[in-house]
Design a protein around this ligand. Structure first.
Ligand SMILES: CC(=O)N[C@@H](Cc1ccc2ccccc2c1)C(=O)O
Ligand SMILES: [Mg+2]
Length: 372
């Protein structure tokens, strides 16, 4: 393939409701959208970073800068050296010298992979090894001002058909909301996500969650505290799921070997792309570790790729691949809809969806075209 240019757009889309987690509240999603222009097709990718480096160290403007200053020149060099052999599988090696910036790397790799697959007429799902035509969907519910507000959002989510409820928790908002949801809704599939808000000294408090028979407790401790998660796993019965800690297949292998994780939340952006996400899926399957597909409040671009990934064999638990309307009144692509608790896997070439030009233009606040 011949990569002619990478175009980056900073897009700002209002969220239908504020999304509050232990690390902050989002009311607008600022997303970096990447378009890869090749001689045969164009491809799309999305960077999961947000305006501020609160989930991880990456943030939207920083991702745009690292792509402009370092990644595009490196892709130019890779094309020069590889000629026609350049393709999406050469992107990660071409960018490997640059440390971290995985969300930005993922957006570039996805856009180039999408262009390649569209040119070949192959869907993302078949390229990744999907085995299902639709995937069961869970929903992630933010921290609310009152328990009653939370119970209303849980009721609305169950009415909408979501098959699993995930509650954000933080110190001071944990046992009470979980108990209230259990008392009101019985034995629904329920899990919690702390986004690293607790410490090892909170083990006795976290052990009290065992009474509520949760499917999992996601990332209770800091991303780099694998030994803490391993110790916690010996003190509580709720299965430990890791998100922020799992930055690569090697990190997943380490966490599994240390006994720090029972279930893995796979987020392609967090691990540098869909190809590494597939490797983590394969590694976890070899260790009988269930995985599910996490979410970063993606637009339809990232959502399409995530739904395809979630259709792989080892994705045994419902993910955070919620419908577009969970986050956006108007999505960049045709909206993803929940049907009987499931979302259909796109079947068209590449991602199978494309941004709607006038919507993309309406939400674009900045655009750069970087020749390769
Ligand atoms: C659906 C869900 O809970 N996602 C993340 C947290 C999260 C929440 C909000 C975000 C806003 C902008 C960018 C990334 C974000 C990630 C998680 O599983 O931990
Ligand atoms: Mg999480």
């Amino acid at each position: 393939m011949k990569l002619a240019a990478i175009e980056t757009r900073i897009v700002e889309m209002p969220l239908v409701t504020p999304f509050r987690t232990s690390f902050g509240t989002e009311t607008m999603r600022q997303v970096l959208v990447v378009r890869a222009e090749t001689d045969e097709a164009e491809g799309w990718g999305e960077c999961g970073a947000s305006e501020a480096p609160l989930y991880s160290s990456e943030y939207t403007e920083g991702a745009a800068a690292v792509i402009r200053e370092f990644f595009v020149p490196a892709l130019r060099d890779a094309q020069r050296d590889l000629g026609d052999d350049f393709d999406a599988h050469r992107v990660a090696p071409a960018l490997a010298a640059f440390k971290e910036h995985r969300l930005a790397k993922s957006a570039i790799e996805t856009a180039i992979l999408d262009a390649q697959l569209r040119a070949q007429g192959i869907s993302f799902a078949s390229a990744l090894g999907a085995v299902r035509e639709s995937v069961p969907c869970g929903v992630s519910l933010g921290i609310t001002d009152t328990i009653d507000q939370l119970l209303d959002t849980v009721a609305a989510s169950l009415d909408a058909g979501y098959v699993r409820i995930k509650l954000k928790i933080e110190p001071g908002w944990d046992l009470d909301p979980v108990r209230a949801v259990r008392e009101r809704f019985g034995d629904i599939d329920l899990q919690v996500d702390a986004n690293a808000a607790y410490r090892r000294s909170d083990a006795r408090l976290l052990a009290k969650l065992d009474a509520f028979d949760l499917t999992l407790l996601e990332q209770p401790l800091p991303a780099d505290d694998l030994l803490g998660h391993a110790a916690l796993a010996r003190e509580i019965t709720t299965p430990i799921c890791l998100d922020e800690s799992i930055t690569s297949a090697r990190a997943a292998a380490t966490a599994i070997e240390l006994g720090a994780v029972h279930i893995v939340n796979i987020k392609p952006g967090r691990v540098g792309g869909y190809l590494e996400a597939r490797r983590i899926h394969d590694l976890c399957a070899a260790h009988d570790v269930p995985v599910w597909c996490g979410g970063m409040l993606e637009t339809g671009i990232g959502r399409a790729a995530n739904v395809a990934l979630a259709a792989l064999p080892g994705f045994l638990l419902p993910g955070d691949t919620s419908a577009s309307e969970r986050y956006f009144a108007t999505d960049l692509t045709e909206p993803f809809r929940l049907e009987e608790g499931r979302i259909a896997v796109p079947t068209g070439p590449g991602l199978g969806v494309t941004p709607i030009p006038e919507v993309l233009d309406r939400f674009t606040v900045r655009q750069d075209r970087l020749p390769c």
